[in-house]
Design a protein around this ligand. Structure first.
Ligand SMILES: *[C@@H]1O[C@H](CO)[C@@H](O)[C@H](O)[C@H]1NC(C)=O
Ligand SMILES: *[C@@H]1O[C@H](CO)[C@@H](O)[C@H](O)[C@H]1NC(C)=O
Ligand SMILES: *[C@@H]1O[C@H](CO)[C@@H](O)[C@H](O)[C@H]1NC(C)=O
Ligand SMILES: *[C@@H]1O[C@H](CO)[C@@H](O)[C@H](O)[C@H]1NC(C)=O
Length: 340
C-alpha cells in the first residue's frame, strides 16, 4: 500500500516534470536532453568496470550516445573542454557493452539496446586479446586525421576485465580509454531539486522488484533493472539487508523454494578481490559472507567468480549471506530504486 502510494506520487511528479519540460517550448526529447550534464575525466584512466563505479559515486552514469542529437551535443561539450584542440585523438568509455550476450550491445546506463549504431568501419569486431578476452565494452573514438571513420564513432575494446590482462598487455593498457560520464538520471535529480518540499521522506523509502520468475546473467539482470529505472540491490548494512530479506519473505518465495541465489550489484570485476557495489560505486564493507567465500572459484580456464549473490539455503543454514559466483551464470535478482 505504502509502495503503491509512493509509485503514484512518483508518477505524478514525473508527469509534472514532463509538462514542465514541454512548457519550456522545445520538444520533450530536446528538453530532457538539455538537462544532461557531462563530466569528462581526462586526468586519469580507469578500466570500464571502475569507470562505471566512479560515475556512480558522483551520481552519474557512463556516457550513452543514443541518437544524432546526443552525439552533436557531446562533440560540442568536448570541444568546449579544449581537449580535442590539444590532443590528436580521444578514446572515451561509453556505457555500451555486450557483456550480457556477445554481439548484443546495450547501454548499461539505461539498459536500452544500442539502436544508433555509429560504429567505425569493421567495428565492432570482438577482437581476441587472448584465449579468454574479446572486446565487449565500447568507446567513443575521434582522431584528428581519421576522417569520417573516426569522427566520434563507436569501437569495441577490452573492458580490462581482470588485473592480469592489464599487467600482461601493456600496449593495451596504454590505449585504455579516458572516461566520460553523463547524467542520465534526470528525473530523480530534477525532481529532488525542483520539488524538494514534497519529496523529502518519499525518497528515503526504497521500493524493490524481486525477479524470481526468470533468471538472467549478472549483466542482463543489471540492464533489466535499469530499464525499470532501478538498480541491482546494494546491501551494505543490517538495515539494507533487513529491507531486502523482509521483501523476499513477504513474497512467499522461501515457502515454496528451499534455495535462493539472488544477484546483487556487488562485484570485483574492476579489480580481483576488491568488491564494490556497481549501483552506488561504494566499496563492499558489510562482512556477511557464506563460510569460505568469496573464493573466486575457477570454473574453466576463462571463468572465475566475480559477481555477488545473496544466498539462502536452509539445509546448510545459509541464511542470506554473500557468495561470489560467475557473472555469466543465470540467477534470480533483485532491483531497487535509488535516489542520489
Ligand atoms: C555517425 O552519425 C553521424 C550523425 O548521425 C553520421 O553523419 C555518420 O555518418 C555516422 N557515422 C557512422 C560511421 O555510422
Ligand atoms: C565529423 O562530425 C561532425 C559533426 O557531425 C561534422 O560536422 C564533420 O563534418 C565530420 N567530419 C568528418 C571528417 O566527417
Ligand atoms: C586450460 O589451460 C591449461 C593450461 O594452460 C591447458 O593445458 C588446457 O588445455 C586448457 N583447457 C582448455 C579447455 O582450454
Ligand atoms: C536469518 O537472517 C535474517 C536477516 O538478518 C534474520 O532476520 C533471521 O533471524 C535469520 N534467521 C536465522 C535462522 O538465523
Amino acid at each position: 500500500m505504502r509502495q503503491t502510494k509512493t509509485l503514484l506520487v512518483l508518477l505524478l511528479l514525473t508527469v509534472l516534470q514532463l509538462s514542465q519540460l514541454s512548457a519550456q517550448g522545445s520538444d520533450t526529447t530536446f528538453g530532457i536532453f538539455r538537462q544532461k550534464e557531462y563530466y569528462f575525466s581526462n586526468s586519469f584512466k580507469l578500466n570500464w568496470f571502475k569507470a562505471v563505479e566512479y560515475c556512480r559515486t558522483r551520481g552519474m552514469f557512463l556516457l550513452s550516445v543514443r541518437n544524432a542529437e546526443e552525439r552533436e551535443d557531446i562533440i560540442k561539450y568536448l570541444a568546449s573542454t579544449g581537449y580535442t584542440k590539444s590532443h590528436k585523438g580521444l578514446m572515451a568509455w561509453m556505457s555500451a557493452n555486450d557483456l550480457g550476450e556477445e554481439g548484443e550491445f546495450h547501454w548499461a546506463s539505461t539498459g536500452e539496446r544500442v539502436n544508433y549504431p555509429n560504429w567505425s568501419d569493421t567495428e565492432p569486431n570482438d577482437y581476441r586479446i587472448d584465449d579468454c578476452t574479446g572486446e565487449d565494452c565500447a568507446i567513443l573514438e575521434y582522431w584528428d586525421e581519421g576522417g569520417a571513420n573516426y569522427n566520434y564513432t563507436f569501437n569495441d575494446r577490452s573492458c580490462m576485465r581482470d588485473a592480469q590482462h592489464i599487467a600482461l598487455s601493456t600496449m593495451e593498457s596504454k590505449r585504455l580509454a579516458n572516461l566520460v560520464a553523463i547524467l542520465v538520471g534526470f528525473l530523480a535529480i530534477g525532481l529532488i531539486s525542483t520539488q524538494q518540499d514534497i519529496t523529502i521522506g518519499i525518497f528515503r523509502e526504497k521500493s524493490y522488484y524481486f525477479g524470481n520468475t526468470f533468471k538472467l546473467n549478472w549483466y542482463k539482470a543489471s540492464e533489466y533493472c535499469r530499464t525499470r529505472g532501478m538498480f541491482l540491490v546494494a546491501i551494505n548494512n543490517d538495515e539494507q539487508l533487513n529491507g531486502v530479506v523482509e521483501y523476499i519473505e513477504k513474497s512467499g518465495f522461501t515457502k515454496t523454494h528451499g534455495i535462493l541465489h539472488m544477484w546483487t550489484s556487488g562485484n570485483d570485476l574492476g579489480e580481483e578481490g576488491q568488491f564494490f557495489w556497481g549501483s552506488t560505486g561504494e566499496r563492499h564493507t558489510y562482512d556477511r559472507w557464506t563460510k569460505n567465500e568469496p573464493n573466486n572459484e575457477k570454473h574453466d580456464n576463462c571463468t572465475y567468480e566475480n559477481c555477488l549473490v545473496l544466498e539462502y539455503y536452509q539445509p546448510w543454514s545459509i541464511n542470506y549471506t554473500f557468495d561470489d559466483r560467475p557473472c555469466g551464470a543465470e540467477n534470480f535478482f533483485m532491483c531497487e530504486t535509488l535516489y542520489d
